[in-house]
Ligand binder design. Structure first.
Ligand SMILES: Cc1cc2nc3c(=O)[nH]c(=O)nc-3n(C[C@H](O)[C@H](O)[C@H](O)COP(=O)(O)OP(=O)(O)OC[C@H]3O[C@@H](n4cnc5c(N)ncnc54)[C@H](O)[C@@H]3O)c2cc1C
Length: 390
């Protein structure tokens, strides 16, 4: 028992050290450069190199594979802080870690030994290739096919909106290994696809926000992947494997929504005390107080929902309902707080000189990515029924 207590205390201290180090890094090495990087839509290569040194690309990977072995709870706090400074930065780590955790949870011993240490250092970086031009929510409708041939898979198809695919070098790729299987998910598999002949980044996609980070269309033309790169070594488990990873992804996206909501609130609290109208700071007008009160409540409620989901994840419990609630609520909080911050800042909110317009452009992605918020409410409702049979 005392051992458990000691470990927990040590873990808490390590987590706090990590968060302190991150705060310093964000303040000195990221914040001063965000405006220029955002404006130029430039990939933050130098910042990524420092993120590698800090171990951020391996922060959830077990220590035996060279990662930091942090909990999902601590990870959510890391993401919140990053997103409050620049949401794009959290995206560079997030889909990479979903790929890594899919290997850690489902990979063969050889796959874990080969890939996880390289994922942890950031030597191999990447993300997840699920969405296609004709489908996102309905993943079972994908058309990318992997045909088995002489110990390899030969992949043909197109993926769309794949983050980290231009500057990254490896993707967890969802394919159909049996296009005629029924139910459809039984014919779906995940391959670890490292860049090579036949794997083409066909174009970088222009976006409203989420600048700096690479989101691309990918084309696979007779691209060959060695058979041993099939995650888990058994065909037909790909959808299940990636959906397990998406619980973590949704906690992460929720934390990004919270980060935006916090940044919008902090800026509004500061600005509303400085800006005067009709002889007093605008924070003394009741109309502004109502906004600040709602914004702060959304931040607090989001934090509690994310913490509950992350703790359930860390205990190894099924948490699709909790992660769905956190994702839904916190990302809507990001949307609402950024819109309210824009009203509070008046014309300065609309200006490219200040951060509010960036928060306002970044927030909508979060209600779409990692499962739309329509889907999240359907997941919550299904779980409610399942957990409360009549
Ligand atoms: C910037 C960016 C980065 C991304 N990065 C990645 C990435 O790295 N990897 C990746 O694989 N994908 C990525 N995506 C894709 C993202 O995951 C999908 O956009 C998302 O899953 C939604 O799919 P869709 O856009 O095809 O919308 P659709 O599935 O076509 O949905 C359209 C609308 O219909 C609603 N809808 C769909 N089905 C139902 C239903 N049964 N009931 C009620 N409403 C429904 C949806 O909620 C939505 O409102 C990214 C997207 C963006 C914008």
């Amino acid at each position: 028992m005392s051992q458990i207590t000691d470990n927990t205390a040590e873990q808490v201290e390590n987590d706090m050290l990590m968060l302190d180090m991150l705060d310093r890094f964000l303040k000195t090495e990221v914040k001063p450069y965000v405006h220029a990087l955002e404006k130029a839509d430039e990939y933050p290569s130098e910042i990524v190199e420092k993120m590698k040194e800090m171990g951020l690309f391996g922060c959830l990977i077990d220590t035996e594979y060279g990662g930091l072995g942090l909990s999902a709870r601590t990870y959510a706090r890391i993401v919140e802080r990053m997103a409050a400074v620049w949401m794009s930065l959290s995206g560079i780590v997030n889909s990479h870690l979903i790929m890594a955790m899919t290997v850690q949870r489902n990979g063969t011993a050889a796959q874990k030994a080969h890939f996880l240490p390289r994922f942890a250092t950031g030597e191999l970086r990447g993300g997840i290739g699920l969405t296609e031009p004709d489908c996102g929510t309905d993943l079972q409708a994908i058309r990318t096919v992997a045909r088995r041939e002489n110990g390899h898979y030969v992949v043909n198809g197109t993926k769309m909106w794949i983050t980290n695919s231009l500057y990254g070098n490896c993707i967890a790729l969802l394919v159909k290994t049996d296009p005629s299987a029924q139910p459809r998910h039984k014919g779906m598999s995940l391959l670890l696809a490292e860049k090579g002949p036949g794997f083409e980044v066909s174009r970088k996609l222009e976006k409203l926000g989420y600048k700096g980070i690479d989101t691309c269309e990918l084309r696979f033309d007779n691209y060959r992947v060695p058979g041993e790169r099939l995650i888990g070594g058994v065909e037909g488990r790909g959808l299940q494997q990636i959906l397990g990873g998406l619980e973590l992804g949704r906690i992460n996206v929720a934390a990004r929504g919270l980060g935006i909501a916090v940044a919008a609130l902090d800026a509004s609290v500061a600005y509303s005390q400085l800006r005067k109208t009709f002889g007093k700071p605008i924070c003394e007008h009741q109309a502004i107080q109502l906004k600040l009160g709602e914004m702060a409540t959304r931040v607090h409620a989001s934090r509690l929902l994310i913490d509950a989901a992350a703790q359930a994840y860390d205990r190894g419990e099924r948490c699709d309902m909790e992660a769905g609630m956190a994702k839904y609520f916190a990302t809507e909080a990001g949307m609402e707080n950024s819109a309210e911050a824009m009203r509070i800042h008046g014309a300065y909110g609309y200006s490219k000189e200040f951060e509010i317009e960036r928060l306002y452009r970044d927030a909508p992605l979060l209600v779409i990515g990692e499962g739309t918020n329509e889907l999240q409410r359907m997941i919550i409702a299904k779980q409610l029924i399942e957990r409360n049979p009549a």
